[in-house]
Ligand binder design. Structure first.
Ligand code: ADP
Length: 609
Protein backbone atom coordinates (compact mmCIF):
# COMPACT_ATOMS: atom_id res chain seq x y z
CA UNK A 1 0.00 0.00 0.00
CA UNK A 2 1.01 3.65 0.44
CA UNK A 3 4.24 3.39 2.44
CA UNK A 4 5.27 0.27 0.54
CA UNK A 5 4.73 2.07 -2.73
CA UNK A 6 6.81 4.99 -1.50
CA UNK A 7 9.62 2.68 -0.50
CA UNK A 8 9.51 1.03 -3.90
CA UNK A 9 9.50 4.35 -5.72
CA UNK A 10 12.43 5.55 -3.68
CA UNK A 11 14.35 2.43 -4.57
CA UNK A 12 13.57 2.87 -8.26
CA UNK A 13 14.68 6.47 -8.03
CA UNK A 14 17.97 5.47 -6.42
CA UNK A 15 18.51 2.82 -9.09
CA UNK A 16 17.87 5.37 -11.84
CA UNK A 17 20.22 7.87 -10.19
CA UNK A 18 22.94 5.21 -10.12
CA UNK A 19 22.36 4.26 -13.76
CA UNK A 20 22.32 7.77 -15.13
CA UNK A 21 25.21 9.09 -13.08
CA UNK A 22 27.28 6.17 -14.32
CA UNK A 23 26.47 6.49 -18.01
CA UNK A 24 25.58 10.11 -18.58
CA UNK A 25 28.22 12.61 -19.53
CA UNK A 26 27.32 16.18 -18.55
CA UNK A 27 27.69 18.47 -21.58
CA UNK A 28 29.77 20.95 -19.62
CA UNK A 29 30.34 23.27 -22.56
CA UNK A 30 26.65 23.57 -23.22
CA UNK A 31 25.93 24.11 -19.56
CA UNK A 32 28.55 26.79 -19.19
CA UNK A 33 27.22 28.57 -22.26
CA UNK A 34 24.30 29.58 -20.04
CA UNK A 35 26.82 31.75 -18.21
CA UNK A 36 28.07 33.46 -21.34
CA UNK A 37 27.08 37.00 -20.26
CA UNK A 38 28.91 36.53 -16.95
CA UNK A 39 32.06 34.93 -18.39
CA UNK A 40 34.47 37.54 -16.94
CA UNK A 41 33.53 36.30 -13.48
CA UNK A 42 34.98 32.89 -14.27
CA UNK A 43 38.55 34.16 -14.11
CA UNK A 44 38.52 35.48 -10.52
CA UNK A 45 36.20 32.63 -9.51
CA UNK A 46 38.68 29.93 -10.56
CA UNK A 47 41.79 31.90 -9.54
CA UNK A 48 40.32 32.46 -6.08
CA UNK A 49 39.60 28.78 -5.69
CA UNK A 50 43.15 27.89 -6.78
CA UNK A 51 44.63 30.31 -4.25
CA UNK A 52 42.40 29.04 -1.45
CA UNK A 53 43.30 25.44 -2.31
CA UNK A 54 47.02 26.23 -2.30
CA UNK A 55 46.88 27.91 1.10
CA UNK A 56 46.87 24.73 3.21
CA UNK A 57 49.94 23.07 1.67
CA UNK A 58 51.67 26.46 1.48
CA UNK A 59 51.27 27.00 5.18
CA UNK A 60 53.38 23.90 5.81
CA UNK A 61 56.33 25.88 4.47
CA UNK A 62 55.82 28.43 7.21
CA UNK A 63 55.05 25.74 9.79
CA UNK A 64 58.12 23.61 9.15
CA UNK A 65 60.21 26.76 8.75
CA UNK A 66 59.05 27.92 12.19
CA UNK A 67 59.81 24.57 13.81
CA UNK A 68 63.28 24.67 12.29
CA UNK A 69 63.84 28.21 13.56
CA UNK A 70 63.03 27.23 17.15
CA UNK A 71 66.10 24.96 17.16
CA UNK A 72 68.47 27.75 16.09
CA UNK A 73 71.16 28.28 18.73
CA UNK A 74 71.64 31.90 17.71
CA UNK A 75 68.63 33.60 19.36
CA UNK A 76 68.82 36.65 17.15
CA UNK A 77 68.74 34.46 14.05
CA UNK A 78 65.78 32.58 15.52
CA UNK A 79 63.88 35.81 16.15
CA UNK A 80 64.45 37.17 12.66
CA UNK A 81 63.58 33.78 11.09
CA UNK A 82 60.35 33.60 13.04
CA UNK A 83 59.54 37.19 12.16
CA UNK A 84 59.74 36.21 8.52
CA UNK A 85 57.66 33.07 9.10
CA UNK A 86 54.98 35.06 10.94
CA UNK A 87 54.79 37.41 8.00
CA UNK A 88 54.49 34.42 5.70
CA UNK A 89 51.60 33.06 7.80
CA UNK A 90 49.85 36.42 7.55
CA UNK A 91 50.30 36.56 3.79
CA UNK A 92 48.98 33.03 3.37
CA UNK A 93 46.07 33.79 5.70
CA UNK A 94 45.09 36.93 3.82
CA UNK A 95 45.35 35.21 0.42
CA UNK A 96 43.23 32.34 1.67
CA UNK A 97 40.60 34.76 2.98
CA UNK A 98 40.53 36.82 -0.20
CA UNK A 99 40.70 33.79 -2.46
CA UNK A 100 37.79 31.96 -0.92
CA UNK A 101 35.66 35.09 -0.54
CA UNK A 102 36.17 36.18 -4.13
CA UNK A 103 35.73 32.66 -5.45
CA UNK A 104 32.54 32.05 -3.47
CA UNK A 105 31.12 35.41 -4.47
CA UNK A 106 31.84 34.95 -8.14
CA UNK A 107 30.54 31.40 -8.24
CA UNK A 108 27.38 32.59 -6.48
CA UNK A 109 26.86 35.20 -9.19
CA UNK A 110 27.50 32.64 -11.92
CA UNK A 111 25.30 30.02 -10.27
CA UNK A 112 22.37 32.36 -9.70
CA UNK A 113 22.46 33.72 -13.21
CA UNK A 114 22.57 30.20 -14.60
CA UNK A 115 19.74 28.99 -12.36
CA UNK A 116 17.50 31.82 -13.40
CA UNK A 117 18.28 31.46 -17.08
CA UNK A 118 17.66 27.73 -16.95
CA UNK A 119 14.33 28.25 -15.17
CA UNK A 120 13.12 30.68 -17.79
CA UNK A 121 14.26 28.26 -20.48
CA UNK A 122 12.49 25.30 -18.90
CA UNK A 123 9.30 27.30 -18.49
CA UNK A 124 9.38 28.53 -22.08
CA UNK A 125 10.02 25.00 -23.31
CA UNK A 126 7.05 23.72 -21.33
CA UNK A 127 4.79 26.34 -22.86
CA UNK A 128 6.08 25.56 -26.33
CA UNK A 129 5.02 21.92 -26.13
CA UNK A 130 1.82 20.78 -27.77
CA UNK A 131 -1.17 20.32 -25.47
CA UNK A 132 -0.88 16.53 -25.75
CA UNK A 133 2.48 16.70 -23.94
CA UNK A 134 0.61 17.49 -20.76
CA UNK A 135 -1.56 14.37 -21.11
CA UNK A 136 1.57 12.31 -20.48
CA UNK A 137 1.38 10.98 -16.92
CA UNK A 138 5.09 11.84 -16.60
CA UNK A 139 4.33 15.51 -17.08
CA UNK A 140 1.85 16.27 -14.33
CA UNK A 141 1.80 19.85 -13.04
CA UNK A 142 3.48 18.58 -9.87
CA UNK A 143 6.35 17.03 -11.81
CA UNK A 144 6.84 20.08 -13.97
CA UNK A 145 6.89 22.55 -11.11
CA UNK A 146 9.28 20.31 -9.23
CA UNK A 147 11.41 20.26 -12.31
CA UNK A 148 11.45 24.01 -12.46
CA UNK A 149 12.32 24.22 -8.79
CA UNK A 150 14.91 21.45 -8.52
CA UNK A 151 16.55 20.90 -11.87
CA UNK A 152 17.91 24.37 -12.36
CA UNK A 153 19.15 24.51 -8.80
CA UNK A 154 20.87 21.15 -8.92
CA UNK A 155 22.29 21.66 -12.35
CA UNK A 156 23.83 24.97 -11.39
CA UNK A 157 25.54 23.17 -8.51
CA UNK A 158 27.51 21.34 -11.19
CA UNK A 159 28.90 24.70 -12.20
CA UNK A 160 29.66 25.50 -8.58
CA UNK A 161 31.44 22.17 -8.20
CA UNK A 162 34.15 23.63 -10.42
CA UNK A 163 35.11 25.68 -7.38
CA UNK A 164 35.66 22.67 -5.13
CA UNK A 165 37.44 20.82 -7.92
CA UNK A 166 39.79 23.72 -8.63
CA UNK A 167 40.54 23.97 -4.92
CA UNK A 168 41.22 20.26 -4.58
CA UNK A 169 43.42 20.15 -7.66
CA UNK A 170 45.38 23.14 -6.45
CA UNK A 171 45.94 21.47 -3.04
CA UNK A 172 47.16 18.33 -4.75
CA UNK A 173 49.47 20.00 -7.22
CA UNK A 174 51.01 22.42 -4.71
CA UNK A 175 51.29 19.74 -2.01
CA UNK A 176 53.02 17.24 -4.29
CA UNK A 177 55.30 19.84 -5.84
CA UNK A 178 56.49 20.97 -2.41
CA UNK A 179 56.91 17.39 -1.26
CA UNK A 180 59.04 16.39 -4.22
CA UNK A 181 61.01 19.64 -4.18
CA UNK A 182 62.03 19.22 -0.55
CA UNK A 183 62.67 15.46 -0.41
CA UNK A 184 61.74 13.21 -3.28
CA UNK A 185 62.57 9.94 -1.46
CA UNK A 186 60.23 10.74 1.41
CA UNK A 187 57.59 11.99 -1.04
CA UNK A 188 57.66 8.68 -2.90
CA UNK A 189 57.29 6.70 0.30
CA UNK A 190 54.39 8.87 1.44
CA UNK A 191 52.74 8.66 -1.96
CA UNK A 192 52.38 4.93 -1.40
CA UNK A 193 50.09 5.72 1.52
CA UNK A 194 47.63 7.80 -0.49
CA UNK A 195 45.59 4.87 -1.82
CA UNK A 196 45.35 3.54 1.75
CA UNK A 197 44.05 6.92 2.95
CA UNK A 198 41.53 7.14 0.14
CA UNK A 199 40.22 3.65 0.87
CA UNK A 200 39.96 4.46 4.58
CA UNK A 201 38.05 7.65 3.79
CA UNK A 202 35.72 5.81 1.46
CA UNK A 203 34.98 3.16 4.11
CA UNK A 204 34.13 5.88 6.58
CA UNK A 205 31.83 7.59 4.10
CA UNK A 206 30.02 4.38 3.23
CA UNK A 207 29.34 3.25 6.76
CA UNK A 208 28.31 6.73 7.79
CA UNK A 209 25.80 6.80 4.95
CA UNK A 210 24.51 3.36 5.95
CA UNK A 211 24.12 4.32 9.60
CA UNK A 212 22.17 7.48 8.98
CA UNK A 213 19.72 5.80 6.66
CA UNK A 214 16.76 5.29 8.95
CA UNK A 215 14.13 4.40 6.40
CA UNK A 216 14.75 0.71 6.40
CA UNK A 217 12.23 -1.74 5.14
CA UNK A 218 11.66 -3.52 8.43
CA UNK A 219 10.50 -0.32 10.02
CA UNK A 220 8.30 0.36 7.01
CA UNK A 221 6.63 -3.00 7.51
CA UNK A 222 6.06 -2.21 11.18
CA UNK A 223 4.55 1.17 10.26
CA UNK A 224 2.38 -0.59 7.74
CA UNK A 225 0.86 -2.75 10.45
CA UNK A 226 0.09 0.32 12.55
CA UNK A 227 -1.55 2.17 9.67
CA UNK A 228 -3.62 -0.80 8.62
CA UNK A 229 -4.83 -1.62 12.10
CA UNK A 230 -5.61 1.96 13.08
CA UNK A 231 -7.52 2.50 9.86
CA UNK A 232 -9.48 -0.66 10.47
CA UNK A 233 -9.89 -0.21 14.23
CA UNK A 234 -13.42 -1.56 14.15
CA UNK A 235 -12.48 -4.78 12.43
CA UNK A 236 -9.49 -5.23 14.72
CA UNK A 237 -11.66 -4.92 17.81
CA UNK A 238 -14.52 -6.94 16.48
CA UNK A 239 -12.22 -9.83 15.63
CA UNK A 240 -10.12 -9.44 18.77
CA UNK A 241 -6.85 -9.67 16.84
CA UNK A 242 -5.02 -6.97 18.85
CA UNK A 243 -2.56 -9.38 20.45
CA UNK A 244 -1.62 -10.99 17.16
CA UNK A 245 -1.07 -7.57 15.58
CA UNK A 246 1.14 -6.40 18.44
CA UNK A 247 3.20 -9.57 18.08
CA UNK A 248 3.59 -8.95 14.36
CA UNK A 249 4.55 -5.37 15.05
CA UNK A 250 7.16 -6.39 17.64
CA UNK A 251 8.74 -8.89 15.30
CA UNK A 252 9.33 -6.28 12.62
CA UNK A 253 10.54 -3.66 15.09
CA UNK A 254 12.92 -6.23 16.56
CA UNK A 255 14.32 -6.95 13.15
CA UNK A 256 14.78 -3.26 12.52
CA UNK A 257 16.51 -2.78 15.88
CA UNK A 258 18.96 -5.58 15.11
CA UNK A 259 19.68 -3.96 11.81
CA UNK A 260 20.33 -0.67 13.58
CA UNK A 261 22.82 -2.28 15.97
CA UNK A 262 24.72 -3.87 13.14
CA UNK A 263 24.89 -0.66 11.22
CA UNK A 264 26.00 1.35 14.21
CA UNK A 265 28.73 -1.09 15.12
CA UNK A 266 29.84 -1.00 11.50
CA UNK A 267 29.84 2.79 11.61
CA UNK A 268 32.00 2.82 14.74
CA UNK A 269 34.38 0.38 13.15
CA UNK A 270 34.55 2.39 9.94
CA UNK A 271 35.28 5.55 11.85
CA UNK A 272 37.95 3.75 13.84
CA UNK A 273 39.55 2.35 10.72
CA UNK A 274 39.81 5.68 9.00
CA UNK A 275 41.28 7.55 11.96
CA UNK A 276 43.47 4.58 12.84
CA UNK A 277 44.87 4.55 9.34
CA UNK A 278 46.01 8.17 9.75
CA UNK A 279 48.08 7.15 12.75
CA UNK A 280 49.45 4.09 10.98
CA UNK A 281 50.51 6.31 8.11
CA UNK A 282 52.27 8.62 10.56
CA UNK A 283 53.96 5.67 12.22
CA UNK A 284 55.26 4.31 8.95
CA UNK A 285 56.12 7.75 7.58
CA UNK A 286 58.11 8.91 10.58
CA UNK A 287 59.93 5.60 10.85
CA UNK A 288 60.93 5.85 7.21
CA UNK A 289 61.98 9.45 7.85
CA UNK A 290 64.29 8.36 10.65
CA UNK A 291 66.00 5.92 8.28
CA UNK A 292 66.44 8.59 5.62
CA UNK A 293 67.92 11.08 8.09
CA UNK A 294 70.22 8.46 9.61
CA UNK A 295 71.33 7.60 6.09
CA UNK A 296 72.19 11.26 5.55
CA UNK A 297 70.01 11.52 2.44
CA UNK A 298 67.49 13.89 4.10
CA UNK A 299 67.10 16.35 6.94
CA UNK A 300 64.24 17.26 9.28
CA UNK A 301 62.94 20.09 7.11
CA UNK A 302 62.93 17.90 3.99
CA UNK A 303 61.09 14.93 5.48
CA UNK A 304 58.54 17.10 7.29
CA UNK A 305 57.78 19.08 4.14
CA UNK A 306 57.42 15.92 2.10
CA UNK A 307 55.22 14.37 4.77
CA UNK A 308 52.87 17.36 5.08
CA UNK A 309 52.84 18.08 1.35
CA UNK A 310 51.64 14.60 0.46
CA UNK A 311 49.28 14.67 3.42
CA UNK A 312 47.50 17.77 2.10
CA UNK A 313 47.50 16.41 -1.43
CA UNK A 314 45.70 13.35 -0.05
CA UNK A 315 43.17 15.54 1.75
CA UNK A 316 42.48 17.37 -1.51
CA UNK A 317 41.90 14.07 -3.30
CA UNK A 318 39.58 12.97 -0.49
CA UNK A 319 37.48 16.12 -0.80
CA UNK A 320 37.19 15.60 -4.53
CA UNK A 321 36.04 12.02 -3.92
CA UNK A 322 33.33 13.13 -1.46
CA UNK A 323 31.86 15.40 -4.10
CA UNK A 324 31.21 12.51 -6.45
CA UNK A 325 28.17 11.55 -4.34
CA UNK A 326 26.86 15.09 -4.51
CA UNK A 327 27.05 15.26 -8.26
CA UNK A 328 24.99 12.13 -8.89
CA UNK A 329 21.69 13.93 -8.30
CA UNK A 330 22.86 16.93 -10.26
CA UNK A 331 23.72 14.66 -13.18
CA UNK A 332 20.25 13.13 -13.19
CA UNK A 333 18.75 16.62 -13.07
CA UNK A 334 20.96 17.68 -15.95
CA UNK A 335 19.99 14.61 -17.98
CA UNK A 336 16.26 15.16 -17.44
CA UNK A 337 16.48 18.89 -18.00
CA UNK A 338 18.28 18.73 -21.34
CA UNK A 339 15.90 16.00 -22.44
CA UNK A 340 13.03 18.41 -21.92
CA UNK A 341 14.88 21.41 -23.36
CA UNK A 342 15.65 19.40 -26.51
CA UNK A 343 12.10 18.21 -27.00
CA UNK A 344 10.56 19.42 -30.22
CA UNK A 345 6.91 20.30 -29.90
CA UNK A 346 4.90 18.02 -32.15
CA UNK A 347 2.67 20.86 -33.26
CA UNK A 348 4.58 24.12 -32.98
CA UNK A 349 7.55 22.43 -34.63
CA UNK A 350 6.16 23.25 -38.06
CA UNK A 351 6.56 26.97 -38.53
CA UNK A 352 5.03 27.74 -41.94
CA UNK A 353 5.05 31.13 -43.59
CA UNK A 354 2.22 33.46 -42.66
CA UNK A 355 1.82 34.82 -46.19
CA UNK A 356 -1.33 32.95 -47.17
CA UNK A 357 -3.17 33.54 -43.92
CA UNK A 358 -4.27 37.12 -44.40
CA UNK A 359 -6.44 36.33 -47.43
CA UNK A 360 -8.26 33.45 -45.78
CA UNK A 361 -11.84 33.71 -44.64
CA UNK A 362 -11.07 31.99 -41.38
CA UNK A 363 -14.71 31.48 -40.50
CA UNK A 364 -15.16 28.68 -43.02
CA UNK A 365 -14.26 25.37 -41.41
CA UNK A 366 -14.48 21.90 -42.85
CA UNK A 367 -13.83 18.49 -41.30
CA UNK A 368 -13.20 15.65 -43.77
CA UNK A 369 -13.38 12.13 -42.36
CA UNK A 370 -11.50 13.17 -39.24
CA UNK A 371 -10.42 10.27 -37.06
CA UNK A 372 -8.67 10.89 -33.79
CA UNK A 373 -7.51 9.35 -30.52
CA UNK A 374 -5.61 11.05 -27.70
CA UNK A 375 -1.92 10.11 -28.09
CA UNK A 376 -1.70 8.87 -24.51
CA UNK A 377 -4.88 6.84 -24.77
CA UNK A 378 -4.57 5.15 -28.14
CA UNK A 379 -6.98 2.38 -27.15
CA UNK A 380 -9.96 4.75 -27.29
CA UNK A 381 -10.89 5.94 -30.77
CA UNK A 382 -12.59 9.22 -29.83
CA UNK A 383 -13.55 10.49 -33.30
CA UNK A 384 -14.46 7.82 -35.81
CA UNK A 385 -14.63 9.74 -39.06
CA UNK A 386 -16.33 13.11 -38.65
CA UNK A 387 -17.23 15.29 -41.64
CA UNK A 388 -19.04 18.63 -41.81
CA UNK A 389 -18.68 21.97 -43.50
CA UNK A 390 -19.51 25.26 -41.80
CA UNK A 391 -19.60 28.51 -43.75
CA UNK A 392 -18.33 31.80 -42.40
CA UNK A 393 -20.87 33.43 -40.11
CA UNK A 394 -22.91 30.31 -39.43
CA UNK A 395 -23.81 29.37 -35.89
CA UNK A 396 -23.41 25.73 -35.00
CA UNK A 397 -24.83 23.80 -32.07
CA UNK A 398 -23.07 20.63 -30.95
CA UNK A 399 -25.29 18.31 -28.98
CA UNK A 400 -25.23 14.68 -27.93
CA UNK A 401 -24.47 12.41 -25.00
CA UNK A 402 -21.38 13.25 -22.94
CA UNK A 403 -18.18 11.47 -23.94
CA UNK A 404 -19.20 11.52 -27.60
CA UNK A 405 -16.29 13.78 -28.59
CA UNK A 406 -17.79 17.28 -28.76
CA UNK A 407 -15.04 18.95 -26.71
CA UNK A 408 -12.50 17.00 -28.72
CA UNK A 409 -13.83 18.59 -31.91
CA UNK A 410 -13.17 22.00 -30.33
CA UNK A 411 -9.65 20.93 -29.34
CA UNK A 412 -8.94 19.94 -32.93
CA UNK A 413 -10.32 23.22 -34.26
CA UNK A 414 -7.87 25.03 -31.97
CA UNK A 415 -5.18 22.60 -33.14
CA UNK A 416 -4.24 21.44 -29.69
CA UNK A 417 -3.90 18.07 -31.38
CA UNK A 418 -3.62 16.90 -34.98
CA UNK A 419 -5.99 14.19 -36.18
CA UNK A 420 -4.35 10.88 -37.11
CA UNK A 421 -6.25 10.71 -40.38
CA UNK A 422 -8.65 12.99 -42.23
CA UNK A 423 -8.39 16.69 -42.91
CA UNK A 424 -9.36 19.96 -41.31
CA UNK A 425 -9.66 22.66 -43.98
CA UNK A 426 -9.92 26.40 -43.43
CA UNK A 427 -11.40 29.06 -45.68
CA UNK A 428 -13.14 28.68 -49.01
CA UNK A 429 -9.65 28.02 -50.43
CA UNK A 430 -9.58 24.90 -48.27
CA UNK A 431 -6.17 25.41 -46.71
CA UNK A 432 -5.12 22.54 -44.50
CA UNK A 433 -5.08 23.68 -40.87
CA UNK A 434 -1.62 22.21 -40.28
CA UNK A 435 -0.15 24.40 -43.02
CA UNK A 436 -1.22 27.63 -41.32
CA UNK A 437 0.76 29.70 -38.86
CA UNK A 438 -0.50 28.45 -35.55
CA UNK A 439 -0.22 31.71 -33.63
CA UNK A 440 -2.20 33.49 -36.30
CA UNK A 441 -4.81 30.76 -36.32
CA UNK A 442 -5.34 30.78 -32.56
CA UNK A 443 -5.89 34.52 -32.72
CA UNK A 444 -8.82 33.92 -35.03
CA UNK A 445 -10.54 31.94 -32.29
CA UNK A 446 -12.30 33.02 -29.14
CA UNK A 447 -12.86 30.24 -26.63
CA UNK A 448 -15.14 30.25 -23.60
CA UNK A 449 -15.14 27.09 -21.52
CA UNK A 450 -17.22 25.70 -18.72
CA UNK A 451 -14.96 26.97 -15.93
CA UNK A 452 -13.53 30.40 -16.74
CA UNK A 453 -9.79 30.41 -15.98
CA UNK A 454 -8.70 33.88 -14.91
CA UNK A 455 -5.18 34.91 -13.93
CA UNK A 456 -4.54 36.59 -10.60
CA UNK A 457 -4.33 40.15 -11.84
CA UNK A 458 -6.65 42.99 -12.88
CA UNK A 459 -9.66 42.53 -15.15
CA UNK A 460 -7.91 44.73 -17.69
CA UNK A 461 -4.83 42.50 -17.78
CA UNK A 462 -6.99 39.41 -17.95
CA UNK A 463 -8.74 40.80 -20.98
CA UNK A 464 -5.72 42.19 -22.80
CA UNK A 465 -2.95 39.67 -21.99
CA UNK A 466 -1.74 37.84 -25.02
CA UNK A 467 -2.33 40.60 -27.53
CA UNK A 468 0.76 41.60 -29.46
CA UNK A 469 2.04 45.15 -29.28
CA UNK A 470 0.93 45.95 -32.80
CA UNK A 471 -2.61 44.86 -32.06
CA UNK A 472 -3.83 48.04 -30.46
CA UNK A 473 -7.31 47.90 -29.06
CA UNK A 474 -9.04 51.25 -28.76
CA UNK A 475 -10.61 52.24 -25.47
CA UNK A 476 -13.84 52.65 -27.41
CA UNK A 477 -13.77 49.04 -28.51
CA UNK A 478 -13.02 47.92 -24.96
CA UNK A 479 -16.03 49.92 -23.75
CA UNK A 480 -18.17 48.34 -26.43
CA UNK A 481 -17.11 44.84 -25.41
CA UNK A 482 -17.67 45.67 -21.76
CA UNK A 483 -21.20 46.65 -22.59
CA UNK A 484 -21.85 43.60 -24.70
CA UNK A 485 -20.65 41.37 -21.89
CA UNK A 486 -22.57 43.19 -19.22
CA UNK A 487 -19.53 44.13 -17.15
CA UNK A 488 -21.41 46.96 -15.39
CA UNK A 489 -20.77 45.26 -12.04
CA UNK A 490 -17.16 46.42 -12.31
CA UNK A 491 -18.32 49.96 -11.52
CA UNK A 492 -20.47 49.10 -8.53
CA UNK A 493 -19.84 48.02 -4.94
CA UNK A 494 -16.43 49.70 -4.60
CA UNK A 495 -15.04 47.83 -7.58
CA UNK A 496 -12.47 49.77 -9.55
CA UNK A 497 -13.63 49.26 -13.10
CA UNK A 498 -11.12 47.45 -15.28
CA UNK A 499 -8.50 47.88 -12.54
CA UNK A 500 -10.46 45.54 -10.27
CA UNK A 501 -8.24 42.68 -9.10
CA UNK A 502 -9.88 39.31 -9.65
CA UNK A 503 -7.93 37.44 -6.97
CA UNK A 504 -6.40 33.98 -7.20
CA UNK A 505 -8.31 31.94 -9.81
CA UNK A 506 -10.73 34.85 -10.04
CA UNK A 507 -12.09 34.10 -6.58
CA UNK A 508 -13.22 37.69 -5.91
CA UNK A 509 -15.82 37.46 -8.66
CA UNK A 510 -18.95 35.35 -8.79
CA UNK A 511 -19.22 32.52 -11.28
CA UNK A 512 -21.36 34.55 -13.65
CA UNK A 513 -19.09 37.58 -13.38
CA UNK A 514 -16.01 35.50 -14.11
CA UNK A 515 -17.72 34.02 -17.14
CA UNK A 516 -18.63 37.46 -18.47
CA UNK A 517 -14.99 38.57 -18.08
CA UNK A 518 -13.96 35.45 -19.97
CA UNK A 519 -16.39 36.24 -22.78
CA UNK A 520 -15.08 39.79 -22.94
CA UNK A 521 -11.55 38.42 -23.18
CA UNK A 522 -12.58 36.31 -26.15
CA UNK A 523 -14.40 39.22 -27.80
CA UNK A 524 -11.64 41.77 -27.45
CA UNK A 525 -9.60 39.82 -30.02
CA UNK A 526 -12.46 40.26 -32.46
CA UNK A 527 -12.17 36.59 -33.44
CA UNK A 528 -13.61 35.08 -36.61
CA UNK A 529 -14.66 31.95 -34.76
CA UNK A 530 -16.26 31.63 -31.34
CA UNK A 531 -16.05 28.33 -29.47
CA UNK A 532 -18.38 27.97 -26.50
CA UNK A 533 -18.00 24.75 -24.52
CA UNK A 534 -20.97 24.54 -22.16
CA UNK A 535 -20.26 28.10 -21.12
CA UNK A 536 -23.30 28.41 -18.89
CA UNK A 537 -23.58 24.95 -17.41
CA UNK A 538 -21.84 25.84 -14.14
CA UNK A 539 -24.12 28.79 -13.43
CA UNK A 540 -27.41 29.25 -11.60
CA UNK A 541 -30.46 30.14 -13.67
CA UNK A 542 -30.28 33.85 -12.97
CA UNK A 543 -26.66 34.38 -13.96
CA UNK A 544 -27.17 31.95 -16.80
CA UNK A 545 -29.70 34.30 -18.36
CA UNK A 546 -27.29 37.26 -18.16
CA UNK A 547 -24.34 35.27 -19.48
CA UNK A 548 -26.51 33.81 -22.22
CA UNK A 549 -27.27 37.31 -23.39
CA UNK A 550 -23.58 38.17 -23.47
CA UNK A 551 -22.94 35.01 -25.45
CA UNK A 552 -25.62 35.86 -28.00
CA UNK A 553 -23.95 39.22 -28.52
CA UNK A 554 -20.54 37.60 -28.82
CA UNK A 555 -21.74 35.22 -31.54
CA UNK A 556 -23.22 37.98 -33.70
CA UNK A 557 -21.59 38.07 -37.13
CA UNK A 558 -19.11 35.27 -36.43
CA UNK A 559 -18.84 31.59 -37.06
CA UNK A 560 -19.69 30.00 -33.75
CA UNK A 561 -19.69 26.54 -32.26
CA UNK A 562 -21.63 26.01 -29.06
CA UNK A 563 -21.69 22.80 -27.08
CA UNK A 564 -24.87 22.85 -25.07
CA UNK A 565 -26.32 20.71 -22.40
CA UNK A 566 -29.61 22.50 -22.50
CA UNK A 567 -31.06 21.95 -25.94
CA UNK A 568 -33.12 25.14 -25.81
CA UNK A 569 -29.93 27.21 -26.17
CA UNK A 570 -29.08 25.78 -29.60
CA UNK A 571 -32.54 25.81 -31.15
CA UNK A 572 -31.85 29.03 -33.01
CA UNK A 573 -28.53 27.79 -34.49
CA UNK A 574 -28.18 27.63 -38.27
CA UNK A 575 -26.81 24.10 -38.06
CA UNK A 576 -27.09 21.56 -35.30
CA UNK A 577 -24.64 18.64 -35.30
CA UNK A 578 -25.78 15.68 -33.27
CA UNK A 579 -22.73 13.83 -32.07
CA UNK A 580 -22.73 10.37 -30.57
CA UNK A 581 -19.94 7.87 -30.02
CA UNK A 582 -17.40 9.69 -32.17
CA UNK A 583 -19.68 10.28 -35.15
CA UNK A 584 -21.99 12.99 -36.44
CA UNK A 585 -25.25 11.07 -36.53
CA UNK A 586 -27.58 13.91 -37.58
CA UNK A 587 -27.08 17.32 -39.11
CA UNK A 588 -29.56 20.11 -39.85
CA UNK A 589 -31.60 22.98 -38.42
CA UNK A 590 -33.83 22.53 -35.41
CA UNK A 591 -36.99 22.13 -37.47
CA UNK A 592 -35.33 19.76 -39.93
CA UNK A 593 -34.03 17.56 -37.15
CA UNK A 594 -37.36 17.58 -35.35
CA UNK A 595 -39.06 16.48 -38.55
CA UNK A 596 -36.56 13.61 -38.88
CA UNK A 597 -37.82 12.20 -35.60
CA UNK A 598 -34.38 10.64 -34.91
CA UNK A 599 -31.81 11.03 -32.13
CA UNK A 600 -32.26 14.79 -31.81
CA UNK A 601 -36.01 14.42 -31.59
CA UNK A 602 -35.61 11.85 -28.81
CA UNK A 603 -33.18 14.09 -26.91
CA UNK A 604 -35.71 16.93 -27.19
CA UNK A 605 -38.49 14.79 -25.86
CA UNK A 606 -36.31 13.60 -22.96
CA UNK A 607 -35.31 17.11 -21.98
CA UNK A 608 -38.88 18.27 -21.89
CA UNK A 609 -39.90 15.56 -19.47
P1 ADP B 1 -17.86 15.33 -24.91
O1 ADP B 1 -17.36 16.73 -25.02
O2 ADP B 1 -18.79 14.94 -26.00
O3 ADP B 1 -18.41 15.02 -23.56
P2 ADP B 1 -15.07 14.66 -24.98
O4 ADP B 1 -14.57 15.16 -26.28
O5 ADP B 1 -14.82 15.50 -23.79
O6 ADP B 1 -16.61 14.34 -25.10
O7 ADP B 1 -14.44 13.23 -24.71
C1 ADP B 1 -14.48 12.18 -25.62
C2 ADP B 1 -13.64 11.03 -25.10
O8 ADP B 1 -12.27 11.39 -25.06
C3 ADP B 1 -13.99 10.57 -23.71
O9 ADP B 1 -13.94 9.17 -23.69
C4 ADP B 1 -12.91 11.14 -22.84
O10 ADP B 1 -12.67 10.33 -21.73
C5 ADP B 1 -11.72 11.16 -23.78
N1 ADP B 1 -10.78 12.25 -23.47
C6 ADP B 1 -11.05 13.57 -23.38
N2 ADP B 1 -9.93 14.28 -23.14
C7 ADP B 1 -8.90 13.40 -23.08
C8 ADP B 1 -7.49 13.52 -22.88
N3 ADP B 1 -6.88 14.71 -22.69
N4 ADP B 1 -6.75 12.38 -22.87
C9 ADP B 1 -7.34 11.19 -23.07
N5 ADP B 1 -8.64 11.01 -23.27
C10 ADP B 1 -9.45 12.09 -23.29
Amino acid sequence: SESKRQAREQKEEEERTKQISKQYKVPMGRLLSYNRPEWPFFVPAVLGALVAGAAMPMCTVALVGSMNAFYKTDKEEMRSDLEFMSLLFVIIGVSCLLGSTISNGCFAILGEAMTQRLRVNILTTMFRQEVGFHDNPENTPGMLSKALELWAFRVSSLCKSIQAKASAISSMVVGLTLAFAYCWQMALIMLGSIPIMIVANAIQMLVLLGATKNENEDLTMAQQIVTDSVMNARTVQALGVEKALVAMYVSWVDKSAKGMWCRNIAAGFGFGVSSGVMFFVMAGGFYAASLLIKDGSADFEGVMMAFMGVFYAGMGAGQAAVMVGDTAKAKVACHDMFKLLDRQSLIEGLEPSGATEEKLDAGTIEFQEVRFFYPFRPEIQVLKGISFKINAGQSVGLVGPSGGGKSTVMCLIQRFYDPQTGKILIGSQQKSLDSLNIRWWRKQIGFVGQEPILFNTSVRNNILYGLDENETVTEEYIKKCEKMCNLGFLYKNQNQGLATEVGPRGSRLSGGQKQRVAICRALIRDPKVMLLDEATSALDTQSEAIVQKALEAAREGRTSFAIAHRLSTVQSCDVILVNADGRVVEKGSHSELMAMKGVYYKLQMQSQK
